[in-house]
Design a protein around this ligand. Sequence first.
Ligand code: BGC
Length: 334
Amino acid sequence: MRLGILAASAATLAACAGSPTPAVERNPLACVNLGNALDAPREGQWGYRIEKRDIEAIAAAGFSTVRLPVRWSAYAGFEPPYPIDEPFLQRVDEVVGWALESDLEVVLNVHHYVEFHKDPAAHRDRLVGLWAAIAPHYSDWPDGLIFEVLNEPRGRQVADLWDDIQTEAIEEIRKTNPDRRIVFGGPSWNSLESLEETPRPDADGPLIGTFHYYEPFEFTHQNAPFIRQDLPSRGWGAPEEREEIEAVAARTEAVSERLDAPILLGEFGVYLPGTDPDARWAWYAAVREAAEQAGATWCVWNFAADFAIYDVAESDWLPGALEALGLEEPAPDS
Ligand code: BGC
């Protein structure tokens, strides 16, 4: 069994004197996505802008890692060397810096590259080119920064191309970041099934395998307006539904063994509006426990917005969220 994606494998006591983050026992496997912010067409358009206090609240609750989805493709040129908009790069630096200062590791990805998903062959060079621009910029940053090649590649066209494209992107990153951890995944929406069929990329240096988990989809995406089907409200927790999630632990261990890589469960979550909170938290707890059983880092989708576990307006965790995640509400004076 592998212990998460972290360099340090034991639970750490974060925060020394002078640090903005109060001392708290971290769960080395606990991660949360800061999604719907820097991955929106413009930050704030999807109702959330990342604030330093949010990152401090995440650290204070005992998380060890944040995953930062970023829509680089909306801020980069279309011709080589695909230059990245400087103010946007500085904003990403600011957020990554806040997280590292709070003793959180950061998984920085390429998210919502919609043009790539439509035509991967045409956008292959640009995806690799984005990494040729991003990777050198961060080559001197701490080891706590981790790269993830691309969120949820999908569509029939990518199936035969993906392993090569992913390896090419990793080789590009390796030119300037020989020792940085890099996250790779399978081509069908980062599903567990597609990771189970993915070969380990033929590249040097530390690699982490990833998958996302949203099963049963009819439960996790009920009432979600952005999917092209009408999924009415429903509960979760029948014995066969629980067994399916329990089986994820053994599958995760097996895939980790085969790939010879630690595993990041990079997204799992349930749409918030209209969902029964008890069923919702029971599902989060079950998936989190399965990941922990397999020694995998688990990354909740999502901190804020429509899959939220946190109420940004109230600056507080939603009732039941931290319990479901096996974390504790920080003491009021901490
Ligand atoms: C997407 C989000 C979506 C979530 C759940 C993520 O990968 O970026 O927009 O809400 O999956 O479907």
